[in-house]
Design a protein around this ligand. Structure first.
Ligand SMILES: Nc1ncnc2c1ncn2[C@@H]1O[C@H](COP(=O)(O)OP(=O)(O)OP(=O)(O)O)[C@@H](O)[C@H]1O
Ligand SMILES: [Zn+2]
Ligand SMILES: [Zn+2]
Length: 797
């Protein structure tokens, strides 16, 4: 079927709209398909866009313009993803263009340039090689002279759309003679030309294997110089071919045998496999205690999917996308695996993504955004650690990977596994209602009991050093473990050295000038840093307010505890893992690998060490302060605390040696801490559900958060009231509208935030109203008002 018109979603930032624009398909671009990336004229400019439909008729009255370019040989988006973008735009209040762009590797986003080109013969010092690049920062004088040149027809404005995606190229060598002819050439090579001898012999023994790539020849010990020399003599011919940057190179040739599943694992797998074979969508909630071997169940399910000729998609949280996990999957499925996560370079991501798009990878493992992998023929989808809040994107488009997974599972008629030792209350409640199929693993795979957890009451304890961070009991336990050559994990959910500077004379607390937050001391870099906006200034030695020298630095962070440990246990080797030590690419892996090789006794870190890690030699886990998250003004503070403590406890005693956990807290009687002590998820679920019921919170109510941000506090508040009135007018009982109130952190990066929370059970009109608000928001941007709509937010504070 030949189509005449392409419907395109265009990439115009200032004019965001879900309006579809139509363009004629010129005959030379008839390879355009749904999902193609195209360049189109838009006003005076050229912009990138995505084709979402092909048609033959239009209602448009004017004259349609033509497509200018189809960017890629193969359309980057599959028809499935185009359809998914429509579903998401309807449900998460984001524009389709921002969703479509999120689905692709960053390098496929267009780079727009605006330039002024001089007409031929015009010689003006403003131009370099006839071009003036407009950055928007030019001063008025320059603008005026450019304008007059343009007016006089001596220059014109051009808009360029550049593709940032670059393939990596590699030299590939072809033979040019017959084997006999190469045989003859051996005589022409001097005896002392060793490298040439090696190459000619290599050619003769590997004759049938050519053409060969440079990297392969290098592995065989052949020097680039020698190859060049042969090309020069006309004995070989080289050409550039496309190659993949391979992030899994180091895992090649590692094999791990699949283990035999225990009874519980086998029973769970059987249910899943049935759905894989019958090609039926069903969501399983795999609730398995820490160390119960959920990963093994996932890997078997992936095998099953491959066995029936279908592909597999597995998501793991960014922070637990550990080398361990990747290694395991790669060892099992080898070259069929593609990984997608933020530790890869942009080029690597692009290449992994292309392998998937071309059908060369059958198993995809990745973090949140990998849920948009252009994998076709999906037979199973897995979300590990499904409770992780990082599966919800915090910026627009605010999608939840779990919801996307459910949609794709239905599209492909494939089962979905949500796995966790501490499922989100939402998911567990859905399983209760029968919407998800609950599967449980109650025992650890190593047949050991869960580690014993002891609570240390910080109000009544003796501390080990001069500081109030480490109790003697915890330090003694660490000493014992280290003396037995075992390893320790310590959790402290705060980075930096001290949380704030307080003046004892005037009570001044040093805060960020842009945000409503105190600055954290980072002693290693000598700075006070804002953890929200990155603002920093030198550590003061007197109060900036009253100049008193009586200032104190209070609270604790990973840096401070690290130096305390070095003082108290001078022989112990400590690795610290937090945002500060893992900023560089690959550092995360380096730290974990070193710890795995037992190059350190203690791994001290923020919540990034709490989940998913599987180190057999770790027998002690210590939590330095269990209370940091407990009193956040949010309905799910208890859930997050229970989850963190249970997960980190689960890192102890995962192999033969029995594990021990010590939790330091000021709130030993809090139910979240007590139930984490018994690691009793089911009891926590029951207790927490009652509290949620009483407070009208999720999962009994759905929530939508609307925030208004502005540099002017009053404007933000005023707009929030206008929105509230609009909602009140159209929504009815039992829907609850709370606010507007200033957000818990009311000022971030110089913007004031006001919010409204809508809690509802069934509110069919809400979606339409929110879409109205969203459309109006576009207009209000001009007045410095930013309106955000977050459907089912992670946080409502
Ligand atoms: N059937 C089995 N027999 C023996 N060992 C097993 C079996 N299944 C898994 N294991 C081992 O048990 C350990 C824990 O497994 P795994 O890491 O999959 O746990 P998990 O359920 O994902 O736990 P967590 O939720 O804490 O991440 C691993 O070292 C794994 O190799
Ligand atoms: Zn002071
Ligand atoms: Zn700040």
């Amino acid at each position: 079927m030949i189509f005449l018109i392409a419907q395109v979603i265009v990439d115009v930032a200032s004019q965001q709209t879900d309006h579809v624009f139509e363009y004629l398909i010129p005959p030379e671009l008839d390879d355009v398909t749904i999902g193609s990336r195209v360049v189109v004229p838009f006003g005076r400019r050229k912009v990138q866009g995505f084709v979402v439909n092909l048609v033959n008729q239009t209602n448009y009255q004017g004259k349609l313009k033509k497509l200018l370019l189809v960017v890629d040989e193969q359309a980057p988006l599959t028809p499935e993803l185009v359809e998914l973008s429509q579903y998401l735009a309807d449900n998460i209040f984001a524009y389709r263009i921002s969703i479509l762009k999120t689905m692709l590797p960053r390098v496929m986003r267009a780079n727009y340039r605006k330039i002024v080109t001089a007409s031929s013969g015009v010689d003006n010092p403003l131009f370099t090689n006839g071009i003036f690049e407009l950055t928007g920062k030019e001063d008025l004088k320059i603008i005026i002279s450019l304008k007059s040149l343009i007016k006089a027809g001596k220059a014109k404005i051009e808009y360029l759309v550049e593709n940032q995606a670059k393939e990596k190229l590699e030299k590939c060598y072809n033979l040019v003679f017959t084997k006999e002819q190469y045989q003859d050439l051996t005589k022409e090579i001097r005896k002392n030309a060793k490298q040439q001898q090696i190459l000619i012999n290599f050619i003769l023994t590997n004759f049938g294997k050519f053409p060969l790539r440079q990297s392969i020849l290098a592995q065989a010990g052949i020097k680039t110089e020698t190859l060049k020399n042969f090309c020069h003599k006309g004995w070989l011919r080289s050409k550039l071919v496309e190659t993949y940057r391979n992030p899994l190179r180091e895992y090649e040739n590692q094999k791990i045998k699949p283990v035999n599943l225990n009874d519980e694992q086998a029973a769970a797998l059987k249910q899943i496999n049935q759905k894989i074979e019958q090609q039926e969508a069903e969501t399983f909630l795999l609730e398995g205690v820490t160390g119960s071997g959920k990963t093994e169940v996932y890997l078997h399910a992936i095998s099953q999917s491959l066995k029936v000729g279908r592909n597999a998609l597995m998501l793991v949280p960014e922070i637990s996308l550990t080398p361990q996990m990747v290694k395991q999957v790669h060892a099992r499925f080898g070259k069929e695996v593609a990984v997608l996560h933020s530790a890869l370079s942009e080029g690597e991501k692009y290449d992994e993504w292309r392998r998937i798009r071309r059908g060369e990878a059958k198993v995809v493992v990745g973090a949140r955004s990998a849920i948009f992998a252009p994998l076709t023929n999906i037979g199973i989808i897995i979300i590990d650690e499904e409770h992780e809040s990082s599966y919800k994107q915090e910026d627009t488009p605010r999608y939840h990977a779990r919801d996307v997974a459910i949609w794709r599972s239905k599209y492909h008629h494939a089962p979905l596994i949500l796995g966790s030792a501490t499922p989100s209350l939402d998911s567990r409640a859905r399983a209760q209602k029968g919407r998800y199929h609950l599967l449980t693993l109650k025992k650890r795979a190593n047949k050991q009991a869960l580690p014993e957890v002891k609570i240390i009451d910080l109000r009544k304890s003796e501390f080990a050093g001069s500081q109030f961070d480490l109790t003697s009991e915890l330090v003694d336990a660490i000493k014992t473990r280290i003396s037995q050559q075992q390893q320790v994990i310590l959790l402290l959910n705060r980075r930096g050295y001290a949380n704030f500077m307080l003046c004892r004379d005037c009570g001044f607390v040093l805060e960020c000038p842009n945000c409503d937050l105190s600055l954290t001391m980072h002693r290693d870099v000598g700075q006070m840093i804002c953890h929200y906006c990155g603002y920093h200034e030198a550590i003061p030695n007197k109060c900036p307010n009253c100049h008193s020298k009586a200032i104190r630095f209070l609270g604790t962070g990973t840096q401070k505890v690290e130096s305390e440990l070095n003082e108290l246990l001078p022989l112990a080797k400590v690795l610290r893992m937090d945002v500060d030590t893992t900023r560089r690419k690959g550092s995360y892996k380096k730290i974990l690998d070193a710890f795995g090789r037992h190059e350190a006794d203690i791994l001290l870190g923020t919540q990034m060490i709490a989940k998913g890690l599987d180190f057999p030699n770790v027998t002690l886990v210590g939590v330095i302060n269990a209370d940091t998250g407990l009193y956040l003004p949010d309905y799910n503070a208890s859930e997050k605390t229970f989850e963190l403590l249970t997960q980190v406890s689960g890192r102890a005693g995962r192999a033969e040696k029995k594990g021990q956990v010590l939790i330091q807290t000021f709130n030993p009687d809090h139910y979240a801490i007590k139930l984490a002590q018994s690691q009793d998820y089911e009891a926590f679920y029951q207790t927490e559900m009652k509290i949620r019921y009483q407070g009208n919170y999720p999962p009994f109510f759905f929530t939508t958060l609307i925030s208004v941000a502005s540099k002017n506090e009053q404007n933000a508040a005023k707009e929030a009231f206008i929105i509230k009135r609009q909602l009140m007018h159209q929504l009815h009982q039992p829907t609850i509208i709370l606010g507007p109130t200033p957000s818990a952190i009311s000022k971030i990066k110089n913007l004031y935030y006001y919010q409204i929370l809508v809690k509802y059970k069934h509110e069919p009109k809400l979606k339409a109203i929110l879409h109205q608000i969203q459309d109006a928001a576009q207009e209000k941007k001009k007045y410095g008002l930013n309106i955000y709509i977050d459907n089912q937010p992670n946080r409502i504070m």
